[in-house]
Every structure is written in C-alpha cells, then in structure tokens.
Write a protein that binds this ligand. Sequence first.
Ligand code: DGY
Length: 333
Amino acid sequence: MSPSAPRPRILVTRAIFPEVAQRLSEHFEVESNLDDADWNADEIARRLQDKTGALTFGVERITAELLAQCPALKICANMTVGYNNFDLGAMSAAGVLATNAPDVLTETTADFGFALLMATARRVTESEHFLRAGKWTRWSYQMFSGAEVHGSTLGIIGMGRIGQAIARRGAFGFGMKVIYYNRSRLDGATETQCRATYVSKQELLQAADHVMLVVPYSAASHHTIGVAELALMKPSATLINIARGGIVDDAALAAALRDKRIAAAGLDVFEGEPRVHPDLLTVPNVVLTPHIASATAGTRRDMAMLAVDNLIGYLMHGKAVTPLNASGLQGRI
Ligand code: DGY
C-alpha cells in the first residue's frame, strides 16, 4: 500500500480489548462497537457497506446477501476458531477472504473440556445448588455419588487439535483409556502421542463412560448426537459438548437426561444460543455454561490479536496468517 493511499476501513462488530483496538487503529480507520451493542444482521450490513475488512466474533452471518451489499469488503477475520458463521462458498465467489483463529486457544479450550467433564461426572454444580439451597443437613454415604473419571473410558468425537489436547489430558493425566472417532483416522504417530485408539462412532458410543464432542459444526455434523445415538450410550455415561450448538439435538438430550437414559451432560454450547432449550433448564443432571471454553483473558487476547494479524497481513501485505479460502478466491481481491 502506498503511504498516501487512504487507510482501509475496518468494522469491529463487538467490544474488544483496548490494546487490540489500539493496534488496529495504528493501521486502519476503525469503526468500533465500544458499547458492545447487539447489532442485528441489518445493522451489521449497513455498517459494513463502506468497509474493507471486518473483525468478527464467530456469530455474524456472512452470507451472499450481505456480501452483495458490501462491494469494498475484502476480508472477514473471525477471532474464533469456529467459522460456521461464514458461507465460505459465497465469500470465495465474492472474492472475500475468510480467516479464523486456530491453535492459540487449543490448550485453554481442552482445559475447559476437562473442567466440564469433571464437574459433570462428579456432580459439582448439582451438589453446590443443593448446599446453597440449605438442603445439606447431614452426611450420607451415597450423597451425590458420581461417575469415576480416572481409569474410565473417554470417547472423543472430533480429533482435531483440541480433541488431541483433551486425549492427552485423559490418557496421561487421568489414566483413561481414550478412544476416538473422526472423519479421517489420525496417523500412527499422532495416535501414539495421544494414546488414543480409533473406533467407529457406534463402538465409541457403546463403550465410552464419557463422550466428549469436539467436532466442528457443518451440515454433515448437525445432530451428530440425537435420539438414536443417545440410545446407544451407557445409562451411566456422561456427554460433554464444547463444540457447537446444533451438534447435539438439545430436545432429545433433555428428554434422555430427564428419563435417566444417560447419567449427566455438560454443555457449553447450545442450539440457537444464547437461548437454551427450556427443558435443559429444568433437569438437575446437566452442567450449563455460556460458551466460555476459550475464556481466559490471555487466550481471548491472543485470539483477537491473531484476527488483527490476519487483517494487517492481508490488507497491508497481501498475505493472511490463517486463511480459510485463499485458494478459492475469485473477483475483488
Ligand atoms: C471458537 O473459537 O470457536 C470458540 O467456540 C469461541 O469461544
């Protein structure tokens, strides 16, 4: 970019760390959402019309319809690893680069997957609610007895970077037998590093004491867990979803929890979030958290900075760090 050229205009759709906003403003004309207002799709489209780039947060639907209204747009940089808010085909056809934020959140998210597994298996929130409600009057040998974590069988569906980090925690930290199912089998060296054994989805559901979902959302992974899959699981099993809403049929899960067809679930993501299926709010054997698996200050800052790296890299130097559709771009590049 020549020094006299006008600076690219960037939209930041949600509030962000001051240091991230500062760094952006060193390179771009920035329109921020300092108040973290809840902009709807029309509002985002209106504000994006004259922008060259956007820092997005994994929830803004970037569709063909929106792109048609934004002729100057060249890049949308998610600060999340998930990118099911992007219509990648439409973005490629419109010549708009999509980027995400992989790797920087892997270990933090795996930590949380394990936290949710422990809380669910050992009934941490259920027993805390009991205590807070003043119901704890005496000790009993079977009070809130939960499921064993160490030495149990952990079944991981989706064995990308985060799935592998969870497998290592399970195998080496808790002496668990780790089995996994993935679209494609890992190479032998990675399986050995994770001490994980590849099985079919059916075998996994039947054998696992704890099922952990870490699969990205797509049309193909919609309702990976529904009535049929829940029926295969052990009645003593727990189900943990840190992947995306829509991977689990939440209505079917709530019914399975209510009828004790599985023992418990831990959910960080929901179909239609931030709404939560009302039946999930009424069953006691589920731990519910508001999509916080990557939420530590350091990791969230790293995720946002990677999105900024992508904006600077692409708009100032022609090369993004973590592009999703670089090879398929057409048109306005
Ligand atoms: C991601 O990065 O996709 C997470 O779900 C956001 O916290």
